[in-house]
Design a protein around this ligand. Structure first.
Ligand SMILES: Cc1cc2nc3c(=O)[nH]c(=O)nc-3n(C[C@H](O)[C@H](O)[C@H](O)COP(=O)(O)OP(=O)(O)OC[C@H]3O[C@@H](n4cnc5c(N)ncnc54)[C@H](O)[C@@H]3O)c2cc1C
Length: 489
């Protein structure tokens, strides 16, 4: 086990891309399952709070500790097995998505869904139920997690396979290795849209779904088995520029009408408003002037589809008043990588900007039902203009899930921006939306979750945590305040 006791040796583990700063006494980097198990047993006995750390690419302060110790999974980073026949991979939690994809590509396989950030760890992705650009077609990682191995704070190991243990309505009663678990699930209803807000619960649910998106509060994800798919023959990727928001939104609405079984069904539909384009313009001097842009990605399975797909998209693009000449098409691997880099660069540049001005992230991860997508977008625009603070709006519009990011340069601007965040949340909830569609709640979105579900339901989440984390030491202050835990009252 690698242990770092001096703060300067582990400063980078005290933050993530939310830019909030944390405190911890010590960093542990276990190098085997046994070391991790013993460490958690000792931490429980000594009542030492533990925060698990993945790649640190989270945006909500989930891995940022407030006390106690950080446990980084970075050395538990092996691919355990790849089964091309079953199309599944089992890997340790500390592997980066980049390394995982590299290993999979040797078998002509790929993950269906992954966040834009390739340095995220598999464990972090499962712990936040992350999704990403291809979520229009594939939704979140939740749908592809077939099994997980979790270490509880007691040191017990649970191997949970999908399809084996189910709730009876809201009640779980099962045994693992002679140990009985009997508890009630919280009584709220998780939204029927893409959501990563608090514990996932529903009647008759599979136990594994409780541990996907638990944000390090129930146990440590040590391994995960993920269903993967063959790499497609090719992709069609393009960035379409529009002079009016209305044309872009009409274009998107028409795409959403395409049936999933149709060969033109895209996997990604992403949006960039004018401010987003202007924000990265100095890095992309060839960006045309436009009011907004839509990024599309579609998988191509057969060579004969290639021309048909190009014709289809060209005619749809022109019908919605954009020009083919202005579009950026990626005809080959190199250009596709350039488009992916463009997509990745915007959130990265926002994080750099906030770091430069020493400001915390003030951004939404809201998703709303289909019929409210446009209203939410116009509401963002109206309020952002009133605020007088710089902003960008971009993201997964295919699932009505735009990231609104304020770009405050001063504490006064940040304070003002935070006031508007509450208005966004109230509006989204009135539309039947969620406060977090993919990043999770972490530390910074707790007040938003309380608005969404109310204190009673947060208390129910706390009771649920106590079932698995008996010593109440894991991921404290993630999702809900530690003050709701009986032990910490
Ligand atoms: C440029 C950029 C683009 C991004 N794009 C997307 C996107 O498109 N879609 C998306 O969903 N997200 C996106 N994100 C957010 C981020 O990549 C995801 O939330 C990712 O899942 C975090 O993984 P991580 O390993 O970095 O986790 P960390 O930030 O290290 O941790 C996240 C949470 O998971 C917990 N955790 C980590 N490992 C474990 C474990 N083994 N067991 C239990 N708990 C654990 C931590 O305690 C913490 O609460 C983006 C981030 C950046 C910087």
């Amino acid at each position: 086990m690698i242990v770092k006791r001096k703060k300067p040796q582990f400063l980078s583990y005290l933050e993530d891309t939310s830019n909030i700063k944390g405190k911890a006494k010590i960093l542990f980097i276990p190098e085997s399952q046994k070391e991790l198990v013993n460490l958690l047993k000792k931490a429980s006995a000594e009542d030492m709070p533990i925060t698990f750390s993945g790649g640190g690419t989270g945006t909500t302060g989930g891995r940022v500790p407030q006390e106690g110790a950080v446990v980084s999974l970075e050395r538990l980073n092996r691919v355990i097995s790849i089964n091309p026949d079953k199309k599944e991979v089992t890997a340790q939690a500390g592997i980066t998505l980049k390394d995982l994809e590299e290993s999979l590509s040797k078998f002509n396989l790929t993950l269906r869904v992954s966040p834009t950030e390739p340095l995220a760890f598999l464990g972090g992705v499962v712990a936040t139920s992350a999704s990403g650009p291809r979520s229009f077609k594939y939704s979140s990682i939740r749908n592809y997690v077939k099994a997980i191995k979790v270490v509880l704070s007691s040191g017990e190991i649970l191997v949970i396979e999908r399809g084996k243990i189910f709730a009876n309505k809201r009640n779980f009663d099962f045994q693992i290795k002679k140990k009985r678990f009997k508890f009630n699930l919280p009584s709220y209803t998780s939204p029927q849209i893409k959501s990563s807000a608090g514990y996932f619960v529903k009647d008759d649910m599979d136990l594994i779904d409780l541990f996907i998106g638990h944000e390090g509060t129930l146990g440590c994800i040590l391994e995960a088995t993920i269903s993967v798919q063959n790499l497609p023959l090719d992709y069609f990727d393009c960035l379409v520029f529009f002079d009016s928001d209305k044309d872009a939104l009409d274009f998107i609405d028409e795409i959403k009408k395409i049936k999933e079984c149709n060969s033109f069904y895209p996997c990604a539909i992403e949006f960039f408003d004018r401010n987003s384009l202007d924000f990265v313009r100095e890095d992309y001097s060839l960006l045309p002037s436009a009011n907004c842009a839509v990024y599309l990605e579609q998988e191509i399975e057969l060579p004969e589809q290639q021309d048909r797909i190009l014709d289809y998209w060209c005619s749809l693009i022109e019908r919605h008043n954009s020009s083919i000449d202005k579009c950026w098409f990626a005809e080959d691997y190199k250009n596709r990588e350039k488009l992916h880099q463009f997509r990745h660069w915007l959130p990265q540049k926002i994080n750099e900007f906030l770091r430069q001005y020493r400001q915390e992230k003030v951004a939404t991860d809201i998703a709303v039902p289909d019929e409210k997508s446009r209203d939410m977008y116009y509401f963002y625009e109206e309020k952002a203009r009133q605020s007088g603070v710089d902003y960008v709006i971009f993201g997964h519009i295919g699932q009505n899930h735009l990231h609104f990011n304020f770009l405050p340069k001063t504490h006064e601007e940040s304070f003002r921006a935070k006031g508007y965040m509450l208005e966004f949340i109230e509006k989204a909830l009135s539309f039947g939306g969620t406060v977090s569609a993919e990043h999770g709640i972490g530390k910074i979105k707790k007040p938003h979750l309380e608005i969404m579900y109310g204190k009673k339901h947060l208390e129910e989440m706390a009771r649920l945590k106590e079932v698995f984390d008996k010593s109440c030491i894991l991921g404290l202050d993630n999702i809900f305040s530690k003050k709701l835990l009986l032990k910490h009252r």
